[in-house]
Design a protein around this ligand. Structure first.
Ligand code: CMX
Length: 136
């Protein structure tokens, strides 16, 4: 099942500008950055407060045909996804499929920091793109 909120993902056009904004305005800072070619993103994870809670994930597009580029075109910058930590992404995906939800991938893909991920289609989850994250 779902263990806790892992992160909230926010689509941004320019990662460096967004990092500067979060640092200057909210005093929250990046603790991890990477490029995920498979997902077509440059991303940063930001720690809030003592860093023990859910993170903020800033997502910038690498390519015009990426999920984040399409999201920015349609909706502009803003909340793009809600991610839950799970112990076993395949098991949780199977349970949710069994409850009639569409999972985007047949088998998990690689997410942040070597995690394994899948997504529930937002149309099956009340308009929220739900990510399942099994940490490495
Ligand atoms: N949140 C809520 N609704 C969303 C959405 C989002 N992030 N993205 C699309 N939608 C809605 C659209 O507004 C549209 O609604 P209407 O039909 O009412 O206009 C509908 O979903 C479109 O669905 P679609 O045509 O099936 O799909 P899209 O081409 O818009 O792609 C999605 C949507 C979720 C399948 C695609 O974004 C995707 O594959 N996401 C998963 C991967 C991803 O998001 N990667 C980036 C993050 C990487 C990471 O977290 O590591």
């Amino acid at each position: 099942g779902l263990l806790r909120i892992d992160h909230v993902g926010i689509a941004v056009a320019d990662l460096d500008a967004a990092l500067e904004f979060y640092a200057e305005i909210f005093d929250i800072h990046s603790v991890h950055e990477e490029t995920n070619e498979d997902q077509g993103v440059r991303e940063a994870m930001l720690a809030v407060g003592d860093g023990t809670g859910p993170r903020i994930q800033l997502l910038a597009p690498l390519r015009p045909d990426s999920a984040i580029a399409k999201f920015l075109d349609r909706s502009g910058p803003g909340l793009q996804q809600l991610a839950y930590t799970v112990a076993d992404v395949e098991a949780t995906s199977a349970i949710l499929r069994g409850r009639g939800l569409r999972l985007l991938y047949d088998t998990p893909r690689r997410g942040t920091a070597g995690s394994r991920i899948n997504f529930v289609h937002p149309k099956d989850a009340g308009g929220v793109l739900v990510e399942l994250v099994e940490p490495a």
